[in-house]
Write a protein that binds this ligand. Structure first.
Ligand SMILES: *Cc1c(COP(=O)(O)O)cnc(C)c1O
Length: 433
């Protein structure tokens, strides 16, 4: 679509265009499957699905079903009822596999994200006296930084001598894939692992994971990705790219509720179960778990990394939500997401053009293949004030200190008309400054 031709059309013309897009959008019915928060009896414009996805209406039904199973069967719910709890992780594997481009047994929902990162590091960080360093990107999500730092210390290393951070060039925001690839090459003799986000939470940059893995493979270096901002946002091909492991959370684009269950990917090549791990009984070979015998025998595949009895309520919401993605199809969602985000970018350009200078700077890459649906906007002066104004007007984004507003149009429930409305609201404020 050529968005530049819309740069200088009038606001009513733009609205007409936006309405036409919504009209022909084959995914538009999905919005009905979500609760949109209300403010002053009006639906808010929710552009914060990168932080906490909205509630799918089928979530409550899913939880209610499991509450009924508990009510009717008590402990027998593990084996009885429509969906015996014992196999609940399996009900999610197919949906996850589609989003991640994996075999079903390569993925398993479990625990929380940061916990899973530690579990994967335990298995996949295999330092030797020469190759013991971990390459990551500077300014990655804080929890990931803390996990890496404390993990290497727990293995007897000094964090500052073990973790190599690749930063953007001075004065820039984005880490270049070519810089990551060059760093892998130059540090190859001392690297054990590359571990980083696949899509950056602050800038919205999508990294070329395939290329990063391909380079690391040349030197036998393992690669793990945190896909918290990538899953359900962009299509992935973890199996084919030969990613070694991955982790994610489900409460952002996957709409599985606050603190929803996380998950792990372990490539098929590790399914012979020889990797060391921190184990618990839920990862024990299922057919023999209740023999309660000594000596850990892992389940095959990612499921063998489960430690504890899962939270069935959280899993039920997760499964319900994954069903919506299966119905919509990640490729279709991606196509709409690209268009919505390009439209949002256009609106920001129009605003800057109207007020005569670059008031709002987009730091997210403008090339659609290098981003997901989020745009990160820097507003040097009065950014927080602008953000608060948007909130008061019923437009929900999120604020990152010191001057960044992140806005994320989600293809399952956002519309082109909403983005058009954002232009009006932003202009009403900025014109007044
Ligand atoms: C959201 C997010 C987290 C949050 O971790 P939790 O353990 O779920 O609290 C961690 N890392 C990244 C990259 C994230 O985007």
């Amino acid at each position: 679509m050529n968005f530049d031709s819309l740069l200088s059309v009038s606001s009513p013309q733009l609205k007409e265009w936006a309405l036409a897009q919504d009209q022909k959008d084959r995914l538009r019915g999905f919005r009905e499957q979500f609760y949109i928060p209300q403010q002053n009896n009006k639906s808010v414009i929710y552009l914060c699905g990168n932080s906490l996805g909205l509630q799918p209406k089928n979530a409550r039904l899913a939880v209610d079903k499991e509450l009924k199973t508990w009510q009717n069967y008590g402990v027998e719910g593990w084996f009885e009822g429509e969906k015996p709890w014992l196999s609940y992780h399996k009900y999610c594997q197919k949906g996850l596999a589609k989003l991640l481009g994996t075999l079903p047994e390569e993925v398993c929902p479990m625990h929380q994200l940061t916990v899973n990162l530690h579990l994967m590091l335990t298995s996949f960080y295999r330092p030797t006296s020469e190759k013991f360093k971990i390459l990551t990107i500077a300014g990655d999500f804080p929890s990931d930084q803390y996990a890496l730092e404390t993990h290497v210390v727990s293995r007897g290393y000094v964090a500052s001598e073990t973790i190599i951070e690749i930063a953007p060039p001075v004065g820039e925001w984005l880490v270049r894939t070519e810089d990551i690839v060059a760093a892998i090459k130059s540090h190859a003799h001392e690297l054990a692992l590359v571990c980083m986000s696949g899509l950056h939470y602050y800038t919205g940059q999508l990294f070329d994971m395939r290329e990063i893995v391909a380079e690391a493979k040349r030197y036998g270096i393992l690669v793990g990705f945190d896909l918290a901002h990538a899953i359900g946002n962009v299509p992935l091909q973890l199996h084919q790219w030969e990613v070694d492991f991955a982790v994610w959370c489900s409460y952002k684009y996957l709409n599985s509720g606050p603190g929803g269950v996380s998950g792990v990917f372990v490539h098929q090549k590790y399914h012979d179960n020889t990797l060391p791990r921190l184990a618990g009984w839920w990862g024990y070979e299922e057919s023999r778990r209740f023999e309660m015998t000594k000596g850990f025998i892992p389940m095959k595949g990612a499921a063998g990394w489960q430690l504890s009895t899962p939270n069935i309520m959280a899993l039920s919401i997760h499964q319900a939500s994954l069903g919506i993605f299966e119905e919509a199809g990640i490729e279709n969602l991606r196509t709409k997401s690209i268009a919505l985000t390009q439209f949002l970018e256009l609106v920001i350009k129009r605003i800057n053009q109207k007020i005569g200078f670059q008031k709002i700077k987009i730091i997210t890459p403008s090339e659609p293949s290098q981003r997901g649906s989020q745009l990160s906007l820097l507003v040097e002066e009065g950014g927080k004030e602008l953000f608060d104004f948007l909130l008061q007007e019923g437009i929900v984004g999120d604020w990152r200190e010191p001057n960044c507003i992140r806005l994320t149009p989600v293809p399952l429930y956002n519309t082109f008309e909403e983005i058009w409305e954002l232009e009006n609201v932003l202009l009403s404020k900025l014109n007044a400054i």
